[in-house]
Design a protein around this ligand. Structure first.
Ligand code: PLP
Length: 383
């Protein structure tokens, strides 16, 4: 194939299209920060926190340096440490379990639901029993709103309440989605999210936020994000981090939040169209009743026996990128394979790691490009 006949490459996520839509708004927001020079804790940080609280319905929002710090800071605030167990799904990005392990506590991995890819409440119960059998004290659970779809928060809350565990929702991929009509950010003790650029609401660097209705927790988190500072700036009262979101990223996020609702709607249209075009050749994602998604990823499952690498190569040859989230579940990765898994094992997580693949997904995917992707997928599974 010569240079001229090579198909136009499709972006997996089109940040340039979004940048174009935002026009001068982001440039002006950045210029304002460059003007006032309050690069740390500038006025945009509290403005963003107020806007995120209004958007989500959470009483308190504490922005921070990343989604990983958001998880870690809540665990630190709860005093989680050695001897404690925190239950996490295994089929997730590594930061979910990593934050637990960083505190010295033990992540105990549980399985996910085959259709939604989110935490399976029955496996959660069995993971709690596994933790106790190992002499660990189960203290918390981290459901993940994977690929943008809210977890089954009622089912998780029922188990957590019965067992006396706090719930820390990992909405790094799901912020903006809702569950039974309520936006994420308002479930459990606290919610963590990430503003990594590829996330549905991303900044132009690293960033994150924590949402909670608990005023005392919010105050502790504000201390932890500045090295555990107390009322007297030079008397640090607990361990903390350099955990702040910088003012420039806050200014960018304020502008991006203004178009976020509209982008969520556009992502849902793209997802609906994929489902119509692909539903009879691959397993398309299923939304559980009461759950919706911001489609951080559009993840399909290939028919049994499909060569996934061959499928990806066929799409690549047509200029269409794919990604595999996740080729290994957490309990299969080198750093995590010695942590406990729920009794009964994690067969669903392992199956998903073998057959999922994600297609380009963003709010600016036009119909013609999407038709190209649909045709390529259909062609690749039928060969
Ligand atoms: C489920 C999940 N949790 C946590 C994180 C961590 O976020 P960050 O990369 O901002 O630290 C991510 C980021 O990819 C994620 O997908």
């Amino acid at each position: 194939m010569n240079q001229l006949s090579r198909p136009q490459p499709v972006p997996f996520i089109d940040l340039a299209a979004q940048r174009q839509r935002l026009g001068k708004a982001v440039d002006e927001a950045v210029a304002r920060v460059l003007g006032h020079c309050q690069f740390i804790n500038g006025p945009e940080v509290s403005q963003l926190e107020a806007a995120l609280a209004a958007f989500s319905g959470a009483r308190h929002v504490v922005t921070c340096a990343s989604g990983t710090d958001a998880l870690l800071m809540v665990l630190m605030a709860k005093g989680v440490g050695p001897g404690d167990a925190v239950l996490c799904p295994s089929f997730t990005f590594c930061a979910t379990g990593e934050a637990v392990a960083l505190t010295g506590a033990t992540p105990v991995f549980v399985d996910v639901d085959e259709d939604t890819f989110n935490m399976d409440a029955a496996s959660l119960k069995s993971g709690i029993a596994t933790a106790r059998k190992r002499g660990l004290r189960p203290v918390g659970v981290i459901p993940v709103d994977l690929f943008g779809q809210s977890a089954d928060h009622d089912a998780v809350a029922a188990v957590a309440e019965a067992e006396g565990l706090f719930v820390l929702d990992d909405a790094a991929q799901g912020f903006g989605a809702s569950y039974k009509g309520r936006r994420l950010g308002t479930f459990g003790l606290a919610t963590a999210t990430s503003f990594f650029p590829a996330k549905p609401l991303g900044c132009f660097g690293d960033g994150g936020a924590i949402f909670t209705d608990d005023a005392a927790l919010a105050e502790t988190l504000r201390s932890i994000r500045v090295h555990g500072q107390g009322a007297d700036k030079y008397d640090n009262v607990r361990l903390g981090l350099t955990g702040r979101l910088d003012t420039m990223q806050a200014a960018i996020l304020i502008e991006k939040l203004k178009i976020f609702e509209d982008e969520i709607e556009a992502r849902n249209k793209v997802a609906d169209r994929y489902a119509r075009g692909l539903g009879n050749v691959v397993t398309v994602p299923r939304l559980a009743s009461g759950c919706n998604s911001v489609w951080a990823q559009y993840t399909i499952r290939l028919p049994k026996g499909t060569d996934r690498d061959g499928f990806a190569a066929a799409l690549k040859a047509q200029g269409i990128p794919t990604a595999i989230y996740y080729t290994k579940s957490m309990h299969q990765q080198t750093a995590y394979r010695n942590f406990p898994v729920a009794d009964g094992g994690l067969p669903v997580s392992e199956r998903l790691s073998d057959d999922v693949i994600s297609l380009p997904m963003h709010a600016y995917l036009d119909e013609a490009t999407q038709d190209r992707i649909v045709a390529a997928v259909r062609g690749a599974v039928s060969t």
